[in-house]
Design a protein around this ligand. Structure first.
Ligand code: KPL
Length: 311
């Protein structure tokens, strides 16, 4: 590099985890004028990286070039957005250990809980921010993504350093239409967990779209799930009722009626599901409080069995 030459500014966002939702977020961020790079893992170096084929909510098709970079090449990172599956967050972050500047915020957007605390242990000096989102997305092929539902997105601090990063929600809002900051992100994570405990295993096991849960067939099961989750949430200090959770579940199932849940998609594609971080986390917290959660326990086991049969 000739002396005195200026390095280009790092992209606004670096995204780890280019699955369905990651692909949609990367596209929307890029389209909103926030340069975004996809951080790929070493095993993808030899694969083809075609231009992203994106279908928006209005059905419009776009081809969009989103730069790719490899963690091993130590690309400049300004903000890290981690959108891998819950069980992939730590493996995806490990190659960055000791290589990430301390001021780089790590934003975690995945289903399930229990991972953010481990990220704080690994990167104690970095601001860590957790988020929940209810956008719908589908991956229809290699770098082929479809945005299937506009949802809400919330971010909030996991550690002290994360508290100064409320403006990140505004950056995301520029791309998503809405994104907000909530200091009590844990409460929002629990409410999202409740929705995922209800919708994901049932839709995956019965191979149905989310909307089918709004009919009478699953009313009793959903109610039982919500009773159990509400018991655990209250024991965790998050005040709620089974009725409130059931209303939220019905609302999300209705709003995403035409979608296949991520767990349904994972099982159909023979991929690992997020059952450990979703229902598994609930079971662990229930056990810590001595609360029985037999319906959720049964769903957990059924998903594990199905995954094993397929594997
Ligand atoms: O988060 C989801 C998921 O599929 O993982 C819901 C909200 C259930 C939408 O499908």
């Amino acid at each position: 590099m000739p002396s005195g030459s200026q390095l280009p500014p790092p992209p606004s966002w670096s995204l780890l985890g280019c699955g369905a939702l990651g692909g949609v977020f990367a596209t929307l961020l890029t389209q909103s004028g926030q340069p975004t790079q996809l951080l790929l893992r070493e095993r993808h170096r030899a694969t083809l990286h075609p231009v992203v084929d994106f279908t928006g909510l209005d059905g419009q098709h776009t081809l969009i070039a989103i730069p790719r970079a490899f963690v091993a090449d130590r690309p400049a990172i300004r903000r890290l957005l981690v959108m891998t599956k819950a069980d992939q967050v730590i493996p995806a972050l490990l190659p960055l250990l000791g290589k990430l500047d301390k001021q780089v915020p790590i934003v975690l957007l995945h289903n399930g809980m229990g991972v953010a605390e481990r990220v704080v242990e690994l990167f104690p000096d970095n601001p860590v921010i957790a988020g929940v989102t209810s956008h719908g997305a589908l991956q229809q092929g290699h770098f082929v993504f479809r945005h299937t539902g506009r949802g809400e997105t919330w971010l909030g601090p996991v550690n002290e350093a994360g508290r100064q990063f409320a403006p990140l929600a505004d950056r995301l809002a520029q791309a998503l239409g809405q994104a907000s900051w909530d200091e009590q992100i844990l409460t929002r994570q629990w409410h999202k967990l409740a929705i995922n405990c209800a919708i994901n295993p049932l839709t995956a096991l019965y191979r149905i779209k989310n909307g089918e849960l709004t009919g009478p067939r699953f009313a009793d099961t959903l109610q039982q799930i919500c009773i159990e989750v509400a018991d655990v949430m209250n024991a965790e200090g998050i005040t709620t009722t089974a009725e409130e959770l059931a209303r939220r579940v019905q609302s999300v199932a209705g709003l995403t009626a035409d979608n296949y849940s991520s767990m349904h998609q994972d099982l159909e594609q023979g991929k690992e599901t997020e059952i450990e971080a979703i229902t598994g986390f609930l079971l662990a917290r229930a056990q810590a409080h001595g609360i029985m959660v037999p319906v959720n326990q049964g769903l957990y086991q059924a998903i594990k069995d199905r995954s094993q049969d397929q594997g």
